[in-house]
Write a protein that binds this ligand. Structure first.
Ligand code: SAM
Length: 255
């Protein structure tokens, strides 16, 4: 692997399948002046084809050895290297209309997606390779076994599109799981009608803390029967059956 030993703690599974790499770059369809930020460039599988299509690329990488390689290979006028943890990185510092891309480290994908969701206003779109199981949770609909907190909080702010299925053999080392590439496009502010995002997040967290219990029980002390009646929501329904818009109405009622 170009003289680098993959580090498990950094979720390093390097893409080696040229067909998949080409499909990802083609789905992103980068334009010269775009502000593209790649999370975890690694050994450059997506970085190189991206660099061929944009004037300048931003990358966020945590592994010092990989950063040293990147510095050797690329001049600062083509690539800005942000050294550090993407979970703590201030994406707003890069600018507006960001196009975020990455074959993300799977061990931190859930907290990373929640962190990135906070920058929706600075983002034009995002294309990520993730564990297939995570993509299933992202796009799940009410009533699906996978419908949960991640589905609600991401679907509230983004349009999601499942793009490409990727088998383990497309990586070196091969992960134990299947993968998929997903696109997220932030919804315009006019579509976001939650009065208080913190309240929405709190209601969703509480409701899904016991996903198979009746909402009357999970939201006890938060929403009483009169509240359910005012909202026209049946209190005997379970968290996994309530659509995103239902959670927004509950949160707005409590705000
Ligand atoms: N983009 C390369 C590819 O497709 O072959 C590497 C992908 S590998 C799955 C994940 C990359 O994210 C690695 O380069 C790893 O060092 C980096 N990484 C892991 N944790 C990170 C973190 N917290 N912040 C930034 N980069 C991280």
């Amino acid at each position: 692997m170009k003289g680098h030993v993959a580090r498990k703690r950094f979720g390093q599974n390097f893409l080696v399948d040229s067909g998949i790499i080409a499909a990802i770059v083609s789905a992103i369809n980068p334009q010269r002046g775009d502000t593209v930020v790649e999370i975890g460039p690694g050994l450059g599988a997506i970085t190189e084809p991206l660099l061929a299509r944009v004037d300048h690329l931003h990358v966020v990488e945590i592994d010092r050895d990989l950063i040293a390689r990147l510095r050797k290979q690329h001049s600062p006028d083509r690539m800005t290297i942000h050294e550090g943890d993407a979970l703590a990185f201030d994406f707003a510092s890069v600018g507006q209309n960001l196009r975020l891309v990455g074959n993300l480290p799977y061990n931190i994908s859930t907290p990373l997606l929640f962190h990135l969701a906070d920058y929706a206003e600075n983002v034009y779109d995002m294309h990520f390779m993730l564990q297939k199981e995570v993509v299933e949770r992202m796009v799940a609909e009410p009533g699906d076994a996978d419908f949960g907190r991640m589905s609600v909080m991401l679907q509230y702010r983004f349009w999601l599109e499942w793009l490409i299925d990727v088998p383990p053999e497309s990586f070196d080392p091969a992960p134990k799981v299947n993968s998929a590439v997903v696109r997220l496009i932030p919804k315009p502010a006019a579509e976001l009608n939650a009065k208080n995002l913190g309240k929405l997040s709190q209601v969703v967290l509480t409701a899904f803390s016991q996903r198979r219990k009746m909402l009357r029980n999970t939201l006890k002390g938060t929403l009483d029967d009169a509240g359910f009646a005012a909202l026209g929501i049946d209190p005997t329904r379970r968290a996994e059956d309530i659509p995103v818009e239902g959670y927004v109405r509950i949160a707005n009622y409590l705000s």
